[in-house]
Design a binder for this molecule. Structure first.
Ligand code: 9Z3
Length: 323
């Protein structure tokens, strides 16, 4: 099948993408972890409310250029948005499936330096180490909060590198979460490759230098947001992100994505101001959400998650009325 064929239906494009992707490693273990996590979380809470689970995607996907990959096209995202939002979702009572790019920011570790192991600790003698005074509070908080979230069964972390792994894992997660109906939420902050080289068209070995041009044909990644809404988890509450560098086109692009992919909300953000404010675009309104500068250490994700969790609660209520 020609993967560049724009006249194919979305379903056929998605099928071609998955059929030609290299098989996901450890599919069985991932499915087991997901089922356990979701089962544990899906029993009603003590007040009778169904528990809410959100899948937060975070970091950028890579599109490899060689099967034995040495070079790849990367997508910008530090993972700060996803990691920070995860912390606020946990505070709001959600269980979180954190699908993240290996090496990107992690929940509870934002205030630690880039290389925490060597920078936060120091040797006391040849055999022993201790936490450096300057980092002792941050390290303690990170360890305690992370431990509580993971051992309490509130946080499941699953890493990816490539666009192939990301989409295969997103499909697995979504089909596992389908049983949650409207109590499931997708918060798709990962920066996902728009273009990739299909596995069967990719050279096996490292591309050799020497010629003046590098001639690689990239094809468009099928828009899996539609598959998520239509097939994988049709009742879930879905929030996607729109990133632009030109603020003049941002809101229009977000509104188009909202309609085209039938999202419940699209968070519009501009690259340079993304930590200060975002606009939540829905079919009813556009809401500007700003970081509260008067509170030190406050993040734009704090009011953002509050707003989305309220909208999600209203959506669950609405869905139960319709049954
Ligand atoms: C975002 O827009 C995220 O907010 C950022 C977060 C990637 C800007 P950081 O990780 O940055 O905190 O450094 N994510 C979605 C970007 C994206 O690829 N969206 C697609 C698009 O704009 C739709 S899925 O077309």
């Amino acid at each position: 099948m020609d993967s560049t064929n724009g006249s194919q239906t979305l379903e056929a494009q998605a099928e071609a993408f998955f059929d030609s992707a290299p098989p996901l490693q450890n599919t069985h273990q991932i499915t087991q972890k997901l089922d356990q996590f979701i089962q544990h979380k899906s029993s009603p809470s003590t007040n009778g409310d169904a528990r809410r689970i959100v899948c937060v995607t975070s970091g950028g996907t890579t599109a490899p250029l060689e099967q034995r990959c040495v070079r790849y096209v990367d997508n910008f995202s530090s993972g700060h948005r996803g990691a920070t939002s995860t912390e606020y979702f946990l505070k709001a009572g959600y269980a979180v499936i954190f699908l993240y790019r290996r090496g990107s920011f992690q929940p509870f570790c934002r205030s630690l330096p880039d290389d925490p192991l060597v920078e936060c600790f120091e040797p006391t003698d040849e055999l022993n180490i201790q936490v450096r005074e300057a980092y002792s509070e941050a390290v303690k908080r990170a360890i305690v909060d992370h431990h509580a979230a993971v051992t309490g069964g509130h946080l499941l972390k699953l890493p990816f590198n490539t666009i192939f792994e990301y989409l295969q894992m997103l499909q697995l997660i979504a089909t596992s979460m389908r049983c949650l109906g409207p109590c499931a939420m997708f918060y798709l902050a990962a920066a996902v490759s728009d273009f990739y080289v299909p596995w069967k068209d990719m050279v096996e070995h490292k591309i050799q230098s020497g010629s003046h041009f590098l001639d690689v044909q990239l094809v468009q990644v099928p828009k899996m947001l539609s598959m998520l809404r239509k097939d994988w988890a049709p009742l879930a509450f879905c929030v996607s992100f729109k990133l632009e560098t030109d603020s003049n086109i941002l809101l229009n692009k977000a509104a188009t994505a909202l309609e085209k992919y039938k999202m419940h909300a699209v968070v519009a953000n501009e690259l340079t101001t993304r930590k200060e404010h975002v606009v939540v675009v829905t079919s009813a309104d556009n809401i500007i959400v700003r970081r509260d500068k008067s509170l030190s250490g406050n993040d734009v994700e704090n009011p953002l998650i509050k707003l989305l969790s309220e909208r999600h609660a209203a959506y669950i209520k609405d869905s139960s009325r319709q049954v």
